[in-house]
Write a protein that binds this ligand. Sequence first.
Ligand code: PEP
Ligand code: CO
Length: 446
Amino acid sequence: MHTWTPDSWRGRPAAQQPDWPDTHTLEQALKELSTLPPLVFAGEAASLRRSLAGVAHGEAFLLQAGDCAESFADFGADTIRDKLKVILQMAVVLTYAGGVPVVKVGRIAGQFAKPRSSPTEVVDGVELPAFRGHIVNDDAPTVEARTPDPGRLLRSYHQSASTLNLLRAFTKGGYADLSQVHVWNQEFVASSPGGRHYAAVADEIERALRFMRACGINLGDEKDLHQVDFWTSHEALILGYEEAMTRRDSLSGDWYDTSAHLLWVGERTRQLDGAHVEFLAGIANPLGAKIGPEATPEEVVALCGRLDPERVAGRLTLVSRMGAGLVGKTLPPLLSAVRGAGHPVVWACDPMHGNTYTGPGGRKTRQFEDVITEISGFFGACRAEGIWPGGVHIELTGDNVTECLGGSEAIGEDDLELRYTTTCDPRLNGRQSLDLAFRVADLLRA
Ligand code: PEP
Ligand code: CO
């Protein structure tokens, strides 16, 4: 029988790995990484697994959200704060509508690496290595910028550490106070063109808070009302980095990838015999796997067998990313096959990656209504199978960008040029994200 080790993935084909120009500097960077303190503690990852078990049992809802790709250039307290703020606002709306706890997981503090459909791209007639995320190279269109640089592995670690530090301070230090988040939502509702429709939910939350105060509950004194658990996640793509961050937990003896609480495998790297699945199979963190429209029931069941052989609730989250037009057809056979195989997975919906297209100006974009249509199709498919629609996985930013079309402010194709700042996929802006939360709230209550 084959034994797993943090480096056993090296014996398998590893898709999407950079062509590092110099193995000596790469090895030095990985060696240094392996001596640096873990970013998360094993006990935290285990605690997230228990929260996700609640989602698997239909007793909680997962909100996983953040950047497509974090950026070295766009790194500062305000960006982190604004992203957290919008996720907290969404979570309050969803908690109220679903009547269950919302497990909050950021695509943040480590979401730097990007899989690409082609290893090169042609810019102004020149063929360049593709941009693979700031953990590998820079997005500027020159050969120098696109050359993979192992120093970026260390910089990603340090940026993740400071990001996580600020997230911990905000979420435990009072910034996540429920009454405050509710006030932000009221401000959003008051200023939103879609506001009248949303006012009903916001008013109900207001009444619920007033009711608690009237019962003598001091909202400021209740720890659970001003602190939240906020977890980190990213795609485990650059396996050398993930291996270097993997440590044995002295308490349980289990291996944890301490670069984040949850790691996922992408649609392009989930080959059953590939290096990514091999690596993830041996770490005890909760895992995610993206599932696209080409996946067959046999493949998905086999993936569950590799990643969740013990059938542990909370271990594995399957993230359906089918596209608005396909979800109703491609998801149901997978839902029933996985259930038939006895894997207590969380089913979540990524309504972003199956709905990306290139607009007239050459910019990648997504239609807000397609995003909603896919989530609605996901809810419909799950409910028809008697399966809990466990959550959503969203690419967003708190910034006022113009990258996705539509939403209650009706961003149009001409607006894409205004504030298109993503280094990879188009993200919902702060207001579109809240629009989405209120629309998902309707689905949860339906
Ligand atoms: C992503 O989540 O940014 C991504 C690349 O997704 P997928 O693997 O589903 O295409
Ligand atoms: Co993306």
